[in-house]
Design a protein around this ligand. Structure first.
Ligand code: HEC
Length: 287
C-alpha cells in the first residue's frame, strides 16, 4: 500500500522507490517509508529491542495498536513483549503466540510464514508484501535463544529494584470493549512475580454487571465468579495469563488481584502489591 504513492513520482525516482519497496518487502522501510539505516533504527538483530524497532513498530502497529487491536494483540513497544511471550493465541488457544525456545510452535511465526494451521490470513494482513524470510529467521533466532526481553537501556537494574512492585499493563485494557468470548487476559508487572502466589485466591475473574435477574451465571445480587486457570506466562515471569475456562457471555467482567494479607500477590523479593488491584472490561459478543 505504501508503494502506491510512489507512482506519482517521475519515472526514474519511481523505479528506484519501487526497487526499495521490493528489496525490503516493507521490512526495510521505516514509518516514513525511508530505508532503515537512514536515520532509522540500527539494523535488525536477534534481540527484542531490535525486532521491536525494525518490525513491530514500523510494520505491525499500523493495525496492532490500541485497545481495539486485532485479537487484543497490541504490538507497540509498551505492550508487545507481555502480550507475546507465553500468552496463548486468541485464534489458536492451544498455541502460544511466542513459545520461548520453540519457534515452530510459536503462533506468530506461523502467522508470518503463512502456515501451518493458522486461522485467518498471513501477516501483515494487508500483504503482500510479507516479511522476507531472512527477517522472519531473525525473529526465529530470538525465540530459539529464549525470547528474552532486553532491559530498557534507560532503566538501570538498581533503579528498577527500588520501584514498588506494581501492575505495568493489562490486556484487555481497563474499561475497554473486546469482541472475543475467550480473551487472553494478561496482567504485566514491573518485577518478576512469585509463581507460588499465583492462584485462585490471589487472581479472580467475576461478572461485574448482574443486570438480568435471569442470568444463569449469577446468584441473586452477587457477582458471579468465572472459573479460570491462572499461570505465569511461560518464559516471561513478569506477566500473569488468566484463561477463562468457559466462553464469556456478553457483559462486563472484573479482574481482581489480591495485594494485601496472607499469601497476597508479591514479586520474587517478597514485596507485595500493597493493596488490591482491579480492572474491568466488557465483552461484546456478536449476536
Ligand atoms: C493491515 C492490518 C494488519 C497488519 C499490518 C498486521 N496485522 Fe496481524 N492481524 C490483523 C488482523 C485483522 C488479525 C485478525 C484476523 C486474522 O488473523 O486474519 C491479525 C492477527 C494477528 C495474529 C494472531 C493473534 C492471535 O492471538 O491469534 C498475530 C500473531 C499477528 N496478527 C501478528 C502480526 C505481526 C507480527 C504483524 C507485523 C509483521 C502484523 N500482525 C501486522 C491485522 C494486521
Amino acid at each position: 500500500m505504501s508503494c502506491v504513492g510512489f507512482r506519482t513520482l517521475i519515472a526514474s525516482l519511481a523505479a528506484a522507490a519501487m526497487a526499495a519497496c521490493t528489496a525490503g518487502s516493507g521490512a526495510g522501510l521505516d514509518q516514513n517509508g525511508q530505508p532503515i539505516g537512514a536515520g532509522g533504527p540500527p539494523p535488525l538483530t536477534a534481540d527484542f529491542t531490535s525486532i521491536q524497532a525494525n518490525v513491530f513498530t514500523p510494520i505491525c502497529t499500523r493495525c496492532h495498536i490500541g485497545a481495539g487491536a486485532p485479537q487484543g494483540l497490541q504490538l507497540d513497544a509498551a505492550h508487545s513483549y507481555s502480550l507475546l511471550v507465553g500468552v496463548p493465541s486468541a485464534e489458536q488457544p492451544s498455541l502460544l503466540r511466542v513459545k520461548a525456545g520453540d519457534p515452530d510452535n510459536s503462533y506468530i511465526i506461523r502467522k508470518l510464514e503463512g502456515g501451518p494451521g493458522i486461522v485467518g490470513v498471513q501477516m501483515p494482513a494487508d500483504g503482500p508484501p510479507y516479511l522476507p524470510q531472512a527477517t522472519i529467521n531473525v525473529i526465529r533466532s530470538w525465540i530459539t535463544n529464549g525470547a528474552t526481553q532486553a532491559m530498557a537501556a534507560n532503566v538501570s537494574p538498581a533503579s528498577k529494584m527500588v520501584q514498588r512492585f506494581a501492575v505495568a499493563a493489562t490486556s484487555p485494557e481497563s474499561n475497554s470493549v473486546v469482541m472475543m468470548a475467550r480473551p487472553a487476559i494478561v496482567v504485566a508487572f514491573n518485577h518478576e512475580v512469585d509463581a507460588s502466589l499465583v492462584n485462585y485466591t490471589t487472581v479472580t475473574l467475576q461478572k461485574a454487571d448482574i443486570t438480568q435477574p435471569a442470568d444463569p451465571m449469577s446468584s441473586a445480587g452477587t457477582s458471579a465468579q468465572i472459573p479460570v486457570s491462572t499461570t505465569l506466562a511461560d518464559g516471561n515471569p513478569t506477566a500473569i495469563v488468566i484463561t477463562p475456562r468457559v466462553p464469556l457471555a456478553a457483559g462486563t467482567y472484573r479482574v481482581t488481584l489480591r495485594g494485601a494479607g496472607g499469601g497476597a500477590l508479591a514479586d520474587v523479593n517478597a514485596q507485595a502489591l500493597g493493596t488490591d488491584y482491579s480492572f474491568t472490561f466488557t465483552v461484546d459478543v456478536a449476536p
